[in-house]
Structures are given as structure tokens and as C-alpha cells.
Design a protein. Structure first.
Length: 318
């Protein structure tokens, strides 16, 4: 699909240029035979509707910034930042009393492409690498009394060289999750936080305009893709718009004791089947405390100012 788009766009640009040239020659060629003028417009028609082209030692588009071969405003894959490693791959029964942090995502390399993209716009910078998880695994039991953090995202790469417009910087990599997996039991009496997003890349060195790359999204603190039991008496949090607890799949359950704090862009974001949610603590979020696009079979809540978005729970107890 991308190749088809490139072909159509290239046909449109070159066809428009040929049409402009024919229009400029129309008056000087007014006295030439009609068949010659018709032939010139036939060239325009062929360029617009026939998806074939011929190579030549001199390129009309080269002077205005034609796309690099096989690349239309892109970056080399080698420039993309690598993913950070996980701090602990859990199995069986584990406990954490100290600090575990996921690896930092790799910083993206600068886009060194010298052939500029469409009409002199520099190609964008590559994205930074995603931060590694603090703890990952399947089927484990984990008790945390320390601090578990997702790794920070890597910085975005610098944009490429431009003529009319400099290439925009790459987006910073997303932060890693604090704890992620499925079919696990998590007992948290400490702190679990998502990793910080990486910084955006710088604008390309040539041309004006362009923009600094955006900061990467913060990592989710706790992620379950199904059949997990989460009990929190400590703090589970993240920054920005990300969820503190992200649930999908079936069979999840969450217990938040009176000393529990859950905070993020969304406190708890459920898109699966959450069998039971008991909240005796505090759930807060800049968007909502709870967002439910799936099913919550039972919600027990003692928090008076809890904010809620989405499908209502099947059973609600205060």
C-alpha cells in the first residue's frame, strides 16, 4: 500500500510539472501544427495515468528535492533506538525489597540522509527505543516491599537535512512498564512506577521550520493481559496520560487496601473482563480514576470522589 501511494504521488507531482511546462509553451507554439500541440498534452496524460517511468542522467525533480530511492520522507532502520532490557524476568515465587529498574531504551541515531524528501522537506528523525520492564513474566508470584520502575525511553533522533524545511526530530521512546505479564499474583506493599518517556529529537541541521520531536509516552506501572491477581497496599503510579494499571483479557482481579494509592492519566484502565475490583483506598487520574471499555463483574468502592468513565459494572457495592 505504501508503494502504491508513492507511485501515485510521484505521478501526480511529475504530471503537474509537465503540464505546467506545456502551458508555458502554449503561446510560443501557437503557430506550430495542431498535432504537435496535441502530442504535448498527450505526454501530460501519459505521465498522469501510466505508472511507468524511464531513467535519465538529468532529473528535473532532483533540483527541487526528489525522494531518496525507496524512501519517501523516512529514516534508516539502523537509526531506530533499541529496546531496553527487563530488570527481572520472574518465575516461581519472588520477592523484591530493594530497587529494580528496567533498562533504558537506546537513543536513536541522527538521520544522515542527504537526498531530501518531497519538495525539499527533510526526512524525520528516527524514534527512540522503548524502555524495558522492571519485572516481566508469566505465572509468577511476586511480593514487593521495595521500588520497581520501568526503564526510561530513549531519545528521538535528529531530523535529516532539508532545503525548504528541515526534518523534524524523532519521537522519544515510550517508558517501560513497572510490572507486566499474565497469570501472575502481585502483592505490592512498596512502590511501582512506569518509566519516563524519552526526549524528542532535534530539528535537522539545514532548512528552516521543522519541529522538535515529541516526548515519548510514560510507561504503565502494572500491566496484566489476563488471569492475574493484584493486591496493593502501597503506591502504583505513572505520569502523563498513561494508565497506572492496564488490564486486558479475562480473569483479572484487583484488591486495593485502605493504604493503597493508584494514580496516573487513568488510574485503572480495563478493556477485558475484570472479575472483581475492591477499592478501599484512593484511585485518581487526570482523565478518570477508572475507565472501563470491557466488563467489570463486581466493583466494591468506599472512595467518595472516584471518577468513572465507560460501561458501568454489573454489580456495584458501596
Amino acid at each position: 500500500m505504501t508503494e502504491v501511494f508513492r507511485t501515485i504521488l510521484n505521478m501526480s507531482v511529475t504530471g503537474s510539472i509537465v503540464a505546467l511546462c506545456v502551458a508555458l509553451l502554449w503561446m510560443p507554439l501557437k503557430k506550430v501544427p495542431r498535432w504537435i500541440r496535441c502530442a504535448l498534452w498527450a505526454v501530460v496524460f501519459i505521465r498522469l495515468f501510466v505508472p511507468f517511468s524511464f531513467s535519465a542522467p538529468i532529473s528535473l525533480l532532483g533540483s527541487i528535492g526528489a525522494p531518496a530511492p525507496g524512501c519517501w520522507g523516512c529514516y534508516p532502520n539502523s537509526a531506530i533506538g533499541g529496546t531496553g532490557g527487563d530488570g527481572l524476568v520472574a518465575s516461581g515465587t519472588s520477592s523484591v525489597s530493594g530497587t529494580i529498574t528496567g533498562g533504558t531504551g537506546g537513543n536513536a541515531g541522527a538521520n544522515t540522509t542527504t537526498t531530501v524528501a518531497f519538495f525539499g522537506m527533510g526526512p524525520p528523525g528516527a524514534p527512540g527505543g522503548v524502555g524495558g520492564a522492571g519485572v516481566s513474566g508469566t505465572g509468577f508470584t511476586l511480593t514487593n516491599t521495595g521500588t520497581i520502575s520501568g526503564g526510561a525511553g530513549g531519545a528521538g533522533g535528529q531530523g535529516g537535512q532539508g532545503v525548504s524545511t528541515a526534518g523534524s526530530g524523532g519521537t522519544g521512546g515510550a517508558g517501560g512498564a513497572g510490572v507486566t505479564g499474565s497469570s501472575y499474583t502481585l502483592i505490592n506493599d512498596g512502590t511501582i512506577v512506569g518509566g519516563a518517556g524519552g526526549t524528542g529529537g532535534a530539528i535537522g541541521t539545514a532548512g528552516s521550520g521543522g519541529s522538535v520531536g515529541g516526548t515519548g509516552a510514560s510507561g504503565t506501572a502494572v500491566v496484566s493481559t489476563g488471569n492475574s491477581s493484584i493486591t496493593n497496599s502501597g503506591t502504583i503510579s505513572t505520569t502523563g496520560s498513561s494508565a497506572a494499571i492496564l488490564l486486558s483479557g479475562a480473569g483479572n482481579s484487583v484488591i486495593l487496601t485502605s493504604s493503597s494509592t493508584v494514580n496516573g492519566g487513568i488510574g485503572i484502565d480495563n478493556s477485558g473482563t475484570l472479575t472483581s475490583l475492591q477499592n478501599l483506598g484512593i484511585i485518581t487520574g487526570s482523565t478518570a480514576g477508572i475507565r472501563n471499555t470491557g466488563t467489570i463483574t463486581s466493583l466494591t468502592n468506599s472512595q467518595s470522589n472516584l471518577t468513572y468513565l465507560g460501561a458501568l459494572p454489573t454489580n456495584y457495592l458501596v
